[in-house]
Ligand binder design. Structure first.
Ligand SMILES: C[S@@+](CC[C@H](N)C(=O)[O-])C[C@H]1O[C@@H](n2cnc3c(N)ncnc32)[C@H](O)[C@@H]1O
Length: 174
């Protein structure tokens, strides 16, 4: 499928971006990079950054801006390991009324956690020894801390924000 929409940074990008600003001089993967907003924060912080997205338009857009970006469905085209993986994923349950091409940005699956669960299964193989993950999700995503336990990640909530219909959370997991 061809996706035309590139996600404009929003409340979620800003909340996770505030935490990302605290990490310097690391080898970083920005998964689901969209406009490259998070990748650019890490580049400013002297990190070596690989950006990846399932949306080829976003990949093209980032490369044009000078961000090293590749097409990847989660880790499908990624073999390296990283010190930090930052992921502001699609984190909402399916809304049948939503247009198909914006679902790739918003929808994690029927229940709201499917992409996050797949990510958690795969991410372990892409972390360096002391590697960490910064991840965002919503009160509508389901019980994500339960998934952290299930896949044996230590986890710590770093920030949260109440929005109109939901709260969003940023966690550091390792
Ligand atoms: C909520 S947006 C976040 C964009 C950007 N990182 C930000 O914070 O502003 C989610 C991004 O994940 C991408 N995405 C969705 N499913 C993906 C997958 N399976 N693999 C890689 N990227 C994916 C979407 O194309 C979109 O760019």
């Amino acid at each position: 499928m061809n996706y035309d929409l590139i996600y404009d940074p929003d409340e979620d990008s800003y909340l996770i971006g505030e935490q990302l600003k605290k990490f310097h001089d690391l080898n970083v993967l920005d998964l689901g990079t969209g406009s490259g907003f998070l990748a650019e924060i890490s580049i400013k912080n002297n990190c070596k950054v690989l950006a990846a997205d399932i949306n080829k338009k976003a990949v093209e857009y980032c490369n044009k801006k000078g961000i090293k970006a590749i097409y990847s469905n989660l880790f499908s085209n990624i073999s390296e390991k990283f010190d930090l993986i930052v992921f502001n994923p699609p984190y909402l349950p399916l809304d049948e009324n939503e247009q198909k091409d914006s679902r790739v940005i918003t929808t994690a699956g029927k229940k709201g956690h499917e992409i996050i669960e797949k990510f958690l299964k795969q991410a372990k193989g892409h972390l360096n020894k002391k590697g960490k993950i910064l991840i965002l999700f919503s009160s509508l995503s389901g019980d994500i801390p339960y998934l952290f336990e299930k896949y044996r990640y230590k986890h710590k909530k770093l920030s949260e924000k109440k929005l109109f219909f939901e709260s969003i959370y940023v966690y550091l997991i390792e």
